[in-house]
Design a protein around this ligand. Sequence first.
Ligand SMILES: O=P(O)(O)OC[C@H]1O[C@H](OP(=O)(O)OP(=O)(O)O)[C@H](O)[C@@H]1O
Ligand SMILES: O=c1[nH]c(=O)c2nc[nH]c2[nH]1
Length: 193
Amino acid sequence: MQSLVDAIREQGVILPGGFLKVDGLVNHQLLPGLTREMGVRFAELFAPLKPNKVLTIEVSGIAPAISAAMELNVPMVYARKKKPLTMKEPAFTASSVSRTKGGNVDLFISSEFLGPSDRVVIIDDFLASGGTLRALTGMIELSGATLLGLGCVVEKQFELGREFLADLGVPIHTLANIIRMSEHDGIEVEVGR
Ligand SMILES: O=P(O)(O)OC[C@H]1O[C@H](OP(=O)(O)OP(=O)(O)O)[C@H](O)[C@@H]1O
Ligand SMILES: O=c1[nH]c(=O)c2nc[nH]c2[nH]1
């Protein structure tokens, strides 16, 4: 998605520890036009698989996921990082690592909203190590739903998440691909794959 690549070139900031800050378009402020375009692109890529649900994880996955779900006209479910008292048992659980806040997080999805009849595409903001997507796919497996594909707004190719997830045997689509980045040389980014 060229407009996303342009925005990353314009606004992306490299932080120590190998983090890319794109808070102005993905992780803090959201831009309606750009977010809508993400959804349109994901829908083009995944509609042929005929999903009936989009799954994501709070918090930064929600915007691109609802944008895609609106285009696909299917419900969007997000994994919660704290189990609310309104959540009916049984719930599917998994553990992942929060990359931006540190530490393990427990994830919860109610069996009310994910089950064997679901054909699911996962959408998230970042594909880095792939650990978060792996945790979500584990929950899909527990639920008996079918995983159709994975989509992320930004891929950090050098963290090898795509390779880590290859055994799932589903298409992985990203909208912008960070080939490499360093505080010295800047951000090398191209349209996703
Ligand atoms: O591929 P990985 O190495 O798992 O990294 C990607 C994950 O890291 C971030 O989550 P985080 O919990 O840090 O942030 P958020 O609260 O903004 O969603 C991001 O939102 C992805 O879910
Ligand atoms: O804002 C973010 N920047 C990153 O580089 C990153 N990697 C995983 N998750 C991330 N979130």
